[in-house]
Design a binder for this molecule. Structure first.
Ligand code: CUA
Length: 179
């Protein structure tokens, strides 16, 4: 048989299904159903849905709120880029700005105290990834997410961007101190 001559059996595909193939199809179907069921199940019992608080915003409105916290609670600046290190009151609302290509500002938080961390982007999509805690949240322009964070271990945490956002993506690294 070649592509030039027709197959000898015209209806070549009408064959009984092999038993092994049937078993595979059944297994894939069952696994698919399990995975489908896991989505709503894990949503309820997985305790991993971080942000169920989200608002519409604009970069201007969000930036104004972030700037107000920075103006009020900056305790020092860091590195050659003069990053403000902000020590906000316990329990307060803090605003992290995602933009090309930085996380701004640096926060200094107290261990075992809660804060309401707001997240939004000034330009386009970024990925908030807190390391080594491995907490990952999509950050989008026009939306403000609020996550209650209670750091349970002191140290220096890195925020990396895990959503490719252009040529400076790999330099988009931020920091949170927990003391
Ligand atoms: Cu921001 Cu990658």
């Amino acid at each position: 048989m070649s592509t030039l001559s027709p197959p000898p059996k015209r209806i070549w595909w009408n064959e009984p299904i092999e038993r092994v193939e049937l078993i595979w199809i059944a297994l894939v179907l069952i696994w698919g159903l399990i995975m489908t069921f896991m989505m709503p199940y894990w949503h309820v019992v997985g305790k991993q849905n971080l942000s169920n608080e989200a608002y519409r915003t604009t970069p201007e409105v969000y930036m104004a709120k972030a700037q107000a916290v920075v103006d009020k609670y900056t305790i020092r600046t860091e590195t050659d880029r003069q990053y403000p290190v902000v020590k906000p009151p316990v329990g307060s609302d803090i605003y992290l700005v995602a933009r090309l290509w930085e996380w701004w500002p640096i926060f200094e938080l107290e261990v075992n105290k809660s804060y309401r961390l707001h997240l939004s982007s000034m330009d386009w999509q970024h990925g908030f990834s807190l390391q080594p805690a491995n907490i990952n949240i999509q950050v989008l322009p026009g939306y403000e997410l609020v996550v209650t964070v209670t750091p349970n271990k002191s140290g220096e945490y890195s925020i990396i961007c895990n959503e490719f956002c252009g040529i400076g993506h790999h330099t988009m690294v931020g920091k949170i101190y927990v003391k």
